[in-house]
Design a protein around this ligand. Sequence first.
Ligand SMILES: Cc1cc2nc3c(=O)[nH]c(=O)nc-3n(C[C@H](O)[C@H](O)[C@H](O)COP(=O)(O)OP(=O)(O)OC[C@H]3O[C@@H](n4cnc5c(N)ncnc54)[C@H](O)[C@@H]3O)c2cc1C
Length: 409
Amino acid sequence: MPGPRLDRRSFLKITGAQAAVLALSTRARAQPSSEVVVVGAGAFGGWTALTLREMGAAVTLIDAYGPGNSRASSGGETRQIRAGYEDRELYTRWVLEAFGRWKAREAEWGRRLLYETGRLLLAPEWNHGLETTKAALDKYRVPNERLSQGELRRRYPQMNPEGVGVALFEPTTGVLKAREGCIAVAEAFQKKGGHFRVGRASLGRPSGSRLADVALADGTKVAASIFVFACGPWLGKVFPEVMKGKLFVPRRDVFFFGTPSGDDRFSYPHFPNYSEDDSLGYYGFPSIDNRGFKVCPVGEKTVFDPDTDERLVSAYQVKRARDYLTLRFPALKDQPVVETRVCQLEMSVDEHFIVDRHPALENVWLVGGGSGHGYKHGPVLGEYVARRVTGQDRNPELESVFRLKPQTF
Ligand SMILES: Cc1cc2nc3c(=O)[nH]c(=O)nc-3n(C[C@H](O)[C@H](O)[C@H](O)COP(=O)(O)OP(=O)(O)OC[C@H]3O[C@@H](n4cnc5c(N)ncnc54)[C@H](O)[C@@H]3O)c2cc1C
């Protein structure tokens, strides 16, 4: 849960910005001043805004298209919540924390967001990556099992494990509702007194080494003492110079295939989510809420514009997805595609998240780089960002991990 609640006076003292806010609030035009403006209501910005609000700050959350919109990286139906992270233990620890928080929020909001499907990591043979993943799961007491091909055949007769020598099974992790989660967070933020508005924000006036306000496309200025830009794949558009060579935005095609009539073997809770740990490069989920069996062919490198590119799957990826189904889930090979999505990732150079101060504007923070694994961490990342930007989290090790880094090759 969020850090200690601060009254307005303590909040301003911590941020060291009382004078700036007072000065700015007299100058701001249409919009009353907030202590914090968060731009972007995806998983990262939404949870940051909610946590800041719960800490007592006056927060304005701004999004160009709305929380969990169809262009956002946090849009769409579902995201995996897995604990296995090879040698990146930080994220295993965070997932375990996040898992409890998602459950607590489900109870608080009376809304189902988490499905404990279990997760299968399929591989041709046991390898170093699986070994280190298992070691981390064991260390943090996350239930897991190593399954042979024979065991896979016995447990999951609906899957053909050809080419799969072994699997690592996490029975207690699963799948989160993505778009719906963003909407739930934004609703909670507003119920708790946060101010949300739709608008396209760009950098407003600088005031020395600080930013005074953001400008919205309709001419409104929104002033604050702290600005968090959690713009996901748009970070490079808002900060073209600063982000150059530090964030990549490849497209990803996502398919939902129909499950056979009268057959629930491919639906939650009868099949887990799955990932291929090999050159095939596929992952997917059981059908949840009857939307269809999800298949994602990975490996697409095409750069994507989140504002303007059309979201139509390519014939090449349709073929890849169907070829994969034919091999791995033969009972689905003739099932129709019932829904598709084209989404984009926002990859940092080392796939660590980015939480860093703007190099020239000391009250501007850049938050993003979810790198294909960020959604599930929203509640924990949001608290980390909220504490960091208000000067309550000083952990040089984490600051170094989340530093904005250039590509070095
Ligand atoms: C296909 C796919 C599969 C994934 N799978 C998983 C998974 O299984 N598990 C997992 O944990 N993670 C997964 N991820 C990663 C995860 O979804 C992302 O890392 C995370 O959702 C990113 O959230 P974000 O808030 O940084 O970005 P976004 O969700 O993109 O949010 C950014 C928001 O900023 C707004 N915005 C941008 N610019 C402006 C502006 N100038 N003014 C106002 N608003 C603006 C946008 O409208 C948008 O709503 C996956 C991602 C994709 C694309």
